[in-house]
Structure formats: structure tokens, C-alpha cells
Design a binder for this molecule. Sequence first.
Ligand code: SAM
Length: 216
Amino acid sequence: MIDSYRHRGMRRQLVKTLKGKGIRDTAVLNAIGKIPRHYFFDNALIEHAYQDKAFPIGEGQTISQPYTVAFQSEMLMIRPDDKVLEVGTGSGYQACVLLELGAKVYTIEYNKVLYDRTRKFLPTMGYQPRFFHGDGSRGLPRHAPFDRIIVTAGAPSVPASLIQQLTPGGIMIIPVGNSKKQQMLRLTKVSDKKIKKETFDYFSFVPLLGDEGWKG
Ligand code: SAM
């Protein structure tokens, strides 16, 4: 794996594009400027790595569009040492961004092939979140509560288990909608009985499967 001058230049250009689309958080922009996204691509496809678009990673799944990763990361307002649950490990790219932001990352993937692949691959890049295989629509009760939860697949509704597993004051970012488009929601657990809900733009994610997802 080589991170050449040319790759770094393409990355700087991607960061510029994301700034142009409204991403302001310098820690998020620095993380995207640092992580070699082309390592997640086959050699023949490297030209696609620094375009602002989602890309197939096999098993019918995608590495999210850089803008989406940046947007969700910014909305999460991570503080160093926050305990973060990511639902939908996929390629592992988003997990790398969360680690660069100083979070303790717990990431869960439903698809066994992707789980096995990413769990082996990420440490070769020097990134070591805690990996789990299973249905993340139910969260990760054994390791709860979490300061932040990020869901990187489209949910039909907000899973009650995930709300339960947030700390008081905790924040969850989750796309909710139908199979074509989902609205990005930010939910803040003000207290055990009170959830503050903010709504943002529409996105298009692969479906969140499982008991509290699309029952895959
Ligand atoms: N965060 C990923 C990245 O950086 O590459 C992108 C994730 S991809 C858009 C969505 C992922 O969610 C897929 O890998 C899919 O298998 C996974 N997924 C879907 N339902 C899930 C569930 N119930 N629990 C955990 N992962 C799930």
C-alpha cells in the first residue's frame, strides 16, 4: 500500500470539495485529509477513491460517500475519549474517521464476510476499533451505554434499543425513512424520559437489517 504525493493531492482536493459543500469541523476535515481512502479500493479502481461518491465494497454493500461520512461525523460532535457505537462497519472507513477524532470505537457489522474482511484489514492500516459481528439494530447491550451512536444504514424507524443504550446527554445520528431515501436525524437523550429530535437533509443508504431494522 503506497500513499504517494499524488494520492495526498487528490485527498486535499476532496477536503476542498467537502468544505465547499458546507463541512466546517476542522477535526473531521483533518481526519479525511489524513486517511488514505484509496487503501479501501482495489488497485484497478483507485481513481474512484477520492471522488465524492459512495462505492460498492462487495456483498451488495457500499463505502459511504465522503460527504456523508463527514456530515454524520460533524453532527455527532465527538469529544476525545467518547465511547462511540457505530452500527454498520462496512469497509471500516467511517470507523477510522471516528478513531482519528479521538473516540473509543465499538463497531458492529451484520454481514459476516464484511466483518471478517474489515477486522483483518483495518489493523494493517494502524486502526484498531473493537469489532463485533451481529445485529446492530439492537445495539451492543453488553458494552452499553454509549456517549454517541452512529448508524450508517437506513432504518425504517429509530430502534428503541439504541435510544436505551445512550448515556444521559448522549447523541445518536441515524438516517430514517423508506428504502429509497432517509432523513438524517440527530437525537439527544436529554434525560431518560426526554429525547430532543433535530432533522436534517435526505440521504440514500443501504437498508439497516435486523430485528429493529428491515427484518433482514
Ligand atoms: N460505515 C461504513 C463504511 O465506512 O464503509 C458504510 C456502511 S454501509 C453504507 C452499511 C453497512 O451496514 C453494511 O455493511 C451493512 O452490512 C451493515 N448493516 C446493515 N444492517 C445492519 C445491522 N442490523 N447491524 C450491523 N450492520 C448492519
